[in-house]
Design a protein around this ligand. Structure first.
Ligand SMILES: [Zn+2]
Length: 345
């Protein structure tokens, strides 16, 4: 099923423009879902057992960071603005894809001898699509078009995949694999797998999906930094590619849910890494958790190297582990649905 993942990785989905990606999700998930819910913003929720009273929401975001065209210059080149938190330094000298209403066109992000002399921001990024005048450019591109790095996915070996926007298409892939594995789950559990929009910018999708589904509990799947490669000595928490899913604990994470995840990991022989979150998680969880009186939530992340570049790396062993871990958590929810610590006293 890597075909599904690879098709997602090839599809552009800059925050706010996720529809093409969501169509890929629908294409691959239509036959396995009992129901697919969509909304005005572009969210896609694949469901099994929609009649069930108990609902577990699995959420991962479909959008990726990128650039947008803000001005077309007289010489035919164009100025760009970031969409989401980009690392501007990775763009100069790279090939890019421009997503226009009429289809995709190719370009490069140019530079001159001064570009690398100071810190690079999105204001230093200039798109060059190979024309020499504003008139020519305007026939091809428009203000507001999305721009992404033009880089293919690569298998570095059997386990390691390199690509742009594994953040968080690898999460969407994971939850959809869980949905397939949970197909025959007890009819009492409704599994809602949401491919959300806008996480990198507004987290609008997570807000809407949480309100739409009103789940009894939620598991958010995103990527997190492999912090073992950071040379910064101030780094005191270590997570690493290839060492298993990263389970978050902290103020916005339900403690009883954490215990269930730990039990599931033990059952499936999955080794977990731990991350602590104090104020917020900077993921969709920050919106899903705060719905009305609160949704007991869990954040499980896939470790990833070189986030927000054309060369993000994930280890498929971690991905397979997260799929079997979440499938087992859903299995445990058949008999243990308590999230309130007072009920255990
Ligand atoms: Zn993400």
């Amino acid at each position: 099923m890597r075909k599904f993942l690879y098709e997602m990785l090839e599809t552009a989905s800059v925050s706010g423009n996720e529809i093409n990606l969501q169509k890929v999700v629908i294409k691959y998930m239509k036959s396995v879902s009992d129901k697919i819910i969509t909304d005005h913003a572009g969210d896609v929720i694949c469901v099994i057992n929609p009649e069930a009273n108990f609902k577990v929401l699995l959420a991962a975001h479909s959008d990726e960071i990128g650039l947008t065209i803000v001005e077309i210059l007289n010489d035919g080149r164009a100025l760009l603005k970031e969409v989401g938190s980009i690392k501007a330094g990775v763009y100069p000298g790279q090939k890019v894809r421009v997503i226009t209403d009429k289809g995709e066109v190719f370009g490069v992000v140019g530079f001159d001898q001064f570009t690398f002399k100071s810190e690079i921001t999105d204001k230093n990024l200039i798109l060059d699509i190979g024309v020499y005048s504003k008139d020519e450019a305007e026939k091809i591109i428009t203000i507001g078009d999305s721009v992404i790095l033009d880089s293919n996915y690569r298998e570095l070996n059997d386990n390691i995949i390199s690509a742009r926007a594994l953040d968080d298409k690898i999460g969407v892939y994971s939850i959809m694999e869980v949905l397939k594995k949970s197909k025959d789950i007890n009819k009492e559990i409704g599994v809602y797998c949401a491919s959300t929009v806008g996480e990198e910018t507004t987290k609008a999708g997570a807000t809407f999906v949480s309100n739409l589904v009103k789940p009894n509990c939620a598991i958010i799947i995103d990527v997190t930094h492999d912090s073992s490669i950071m040379l910064n000595k101030g780094n005191r928490e270590f997570t690493m590619n290839g060492k298993g899913p990263v389970l978050s604990i902290g103020t916005v994470i339900n403690k009883e849910f954490v215990k269930k995840a730990q039990k599931a990991a033990k059952n499936k022989n999955v080794s977990l890494q731990v991350s602590t979150e104090v104020y917020r998680t900077y993921t969709d969880l920050d919106k899903i958790y705060f719905n009305e009186s609160g949704i007991p939530s869990l954040l499980i992340s896939i470790p990833l190297r070189y986030m927000h570049s054309s060369a993000e790396l994930v280890d498929m062993n971690d991905v397979n582990d997260i799929i079997s871990l979440i499938t087992e958590i859903i299995e445990l929810l058949k008999t243990d649905r308590n999230f309130n610590p007072f009920e255990l006293l």
